[in-house]
Design a protein around this ligand. Sequence first.
Ligand code: ZN
Length: 173
Amino acid sequence: MSSDENFKVKILASEIDKQILSSSSNQVNTLRNNLVPKKIEIFVWRALKKRIPVRLELDKRGIDLHSVRCPICDDDLESVDHALIFYKHVIDVWDRVFRWWNLGNFSHFSLQEIFGGMAAANVTPSSFGAKFWQALLWVCAYRIWKNRNKMVFESKRWNAPVALNEIQVKSFD
Ligand SMILES: [Zn+2]
């Protein structure tokens, strides 16, 4: 290969790389964040697809639960949004995070917006800042979910039929 041909191949390869990167950039922005562990990326992806084992989703998939209400507060059905955002103790956590970053009223945001890191685009000019903000939100949501599981699975108000269902839930995919 002449050096001229070699040069053309290099340009072509770099163009292909650019196209591959740009065509998948939306997905990369919303589902990838190298500041968090892989398990948190997977958790976020599953939460957005409503594939985490909250009671409402289990019920939709035919698992017979005693109740589809929230096992912690019992104020509402346990949807993904309820478990991660609208449950009263969780709202308090988000409120603190939003106040810390001076972002105003947290309750105006949806799960998709929070996980998408939309706040980041408006609030932080640099892409690293956006990425950092997104990572923070993801870690918060993940911790909220872990805490929910702890409260549900390690509750002293142990209820055998419910507990059995909760164990089935752990293999939910
Ligand atoms: Zn609740």
